[in-house]
Design a protein around this ligand. Structure first.
Ligand code: ADP
Length: 279
């Protein structure tokens, strides 16, 4: 196995000294090029993990490593070049009056030379399919387009990992699809690792691995198939399971034998066909 890109070791965190811990000894690793979904109820600590990962906040105990660096006050600028973040509300992420200016902003902050900057802006807008909008005003774009520009701004800095913190939550189904296919393409082209913090089960299915958070603790960890086959553990903490998993559970409860864990409608139909043809 490769050396992990991100590692959290016994991480404990609270926002205020007089309050209980928000993260209680969290351990996990993320490999280069891996897609990890973090799910869990509101308040379970997901965004806190994201903020710790790019040095917006620091743990009270435990350690966090990103790209071989220990996250601390001394390393935050390097860390932030490695970890890009895209947030939920597309309207809160713009600083420029044009799409191009907006992508330029992060580069100017890092003192990238002008010629290099122009090239990086072009390349990153192209990578998200927004090159035709370079001179447009960001606020006139659709939600999905705005998030694609936000992703371009992050990509211009050439990160090793991109965190999408509920970045598709405010979008319509079309915008959501746009973002997910953009991320899938970028991941292939740029060998990027991705962390999605999400309530969207379709988005979870795209991940290589899922981390389930519950009240500041890691509750479960595994592939989407493993996680959703642990439907009792998910139900125990009141988390939703995919429709196909529900139907599979119901069929089993009435005595139908279904092998394995179908993850989508096609897989379930296939298993039911096999079943009926062997009877
Ligand atoms: P999630 O992303 O899973 O919804 P968060 O990481 O945002 O959860 O929050 C975890 C806990 O930390 C919650 O109890 C929340 O109220 C608290 N919290 C989050 N941000 C702050 C903050 N800036 N100041 C104080 N408490 C916070």
């Amino acid at each position: 196995m490769d050396k992990p890109l991100v590692s959290f070791k016994d991480v404990e965190f609270k926002y205020r000294t007089d309050e209980p811990l928000v993260l209680k000894g969290v351990n996990f690793t993320i490999q280069p090029k891996e897609w990890v979904a973090i799910i869990g109820h509101n308040g379970s600590g997901k965004s806190t993990i994201a903020k710790l990962m790019n040095g917006l906040i620091f743990p009270q105990s435990g350690s966090i490593q990103v790209g071989g660096l220990s996250v601390s006050e001394e390393t935050i600028w390097d860390i932030r070049s490695k970890v890009g973040m895209v947030f939920q509300n597309p309207d809160n992420q713009f600083v420029g009056t044009t799409v191009k200016d907006d992508v330029a902003f992060g580069l100017e902050n890092r003192g990238v030379p002008r010629l290099d900057m122009i090239q990086r802006i072009e390349e990153s807008l192209k990578a998200v399919g927004m090159e035709a909008y370079a001179n447009h005003e960001p606020h006139r774009l659709s939600g999905g387009q705005k998030q694609r520009v936000a992703i371009a701004s992050v990509m211009a800095v050439a990160p090793e990992i991109v965190i999408l913190d509920e970045a598709t939550a405010m979008l319509d189904p079309r915008g959501r699809k746009e973002i997910l296919s953009t991320i899938q393409n970028l991941r292939k082209e740029k060998e990027l690792a991705v962390v999605t913090i999400t309530h969207d089960l379709q988005e979870v299915m795209l991940a290589d691995r899922v981390i389930v958070m519950n009240q500041g603790e890691k509750w479960l960890e595994g592939s989407p198939r493993e996680i959703f086959s642990s439907s009792n553990e998910l139900k125990e903490i009141g988390l939703d399971i995919p429709f196909v998993t529900k139907v599979t559970d119901d069929l089993r409860n009435i005595g139908v034998t279904i092998e394995g864990e179908p993850l989508n409608h096609e897989e379930l139909v296939e298993k039911l066909w096999t079943l009926s043809s062997t009877k």
